[in-house]
Design a binder for this molecule. Structure first.
Ligand code: RP5
Length: 166
């Protein structure tokens, strides 16, 4: 199976990024985790991206806060799918990172998830890998069924509590 690269701009992003790592782990998807910054370590970020396909990666998650150009900088150097996680920081509630990540000019796509949307970033990468992996697709189906069952259970409890007056 291809690996997923999980890259964050700073180790201060780890509390958010950990949710993506845990999700990949739950699905048994192989991954590597790195701290590469588009502005502090641009050469390392570039080298990793240029070599990612030949090093066995199938998708890349890039998480960054503030002027979050990491995902775009990585996408500039690979044609692998790049999923950007805008990380919330103190001053602008993550809207700065959201806009920096989502507003990529035409030709260099970054699939951007919600602010701090690390679980969805991992799920999107798993869905990408599942296109050529039936076992992974089956695990995704199973998770959807389990998630739906939990919601139906909560719905039953709410209906039981509030819909008895008639
Ligand atoms: C970005 O700047 C990082 O992704 C992080 O979200 C933010 C702040 O980094 P630190 O100053 O905490 O290292 O590059």
């Amino acid at each position: 199976m291809k690996k997923v690269a999980v890259i964050m701009g700073s180790d201060s992003d780890l509390p958010v990024v950990e949710k993506a790592i845990n999700t990949l782990s739950d699905f048994g998807v192989p991954y590597e985790v790195h701290v590469f910054s588009a502005h502090r370590t641009p050469l390392e970020a570039r080298d990793f991206s240029i070599n990612a396909r030949k090093n066995g990666f199938g998708a890349i998650i890039a998480a960054a806060g503030m002027a979050a150009h990491l995902a775009g900088a990585i996408a500039a150097n690979t044609t692998l799918p790049v999923v950007g996680i805008p990380v919330k920081s103190n001053n602008l509630d993550g809207v700065d990172a959201l806009l920096s990540t989502v507003q990529m000019p035409s030709g260099i796509p970054v699939a951007t998830v919600a602010i701090n949307g690390a679980v969805n970033a991992a799920l999107l990468c798993i869905e990408i890998l599942s296109v050529s992996d039936d076992a992974l697709a089956a695990k995704l189906d199973e998770k959807r069924r389990n998630d739906a069952a939990k919601v139906l259970e909560k719905n039953a409890a709410i209906e039981e509590k509030y819909n008895k007056q008639a």
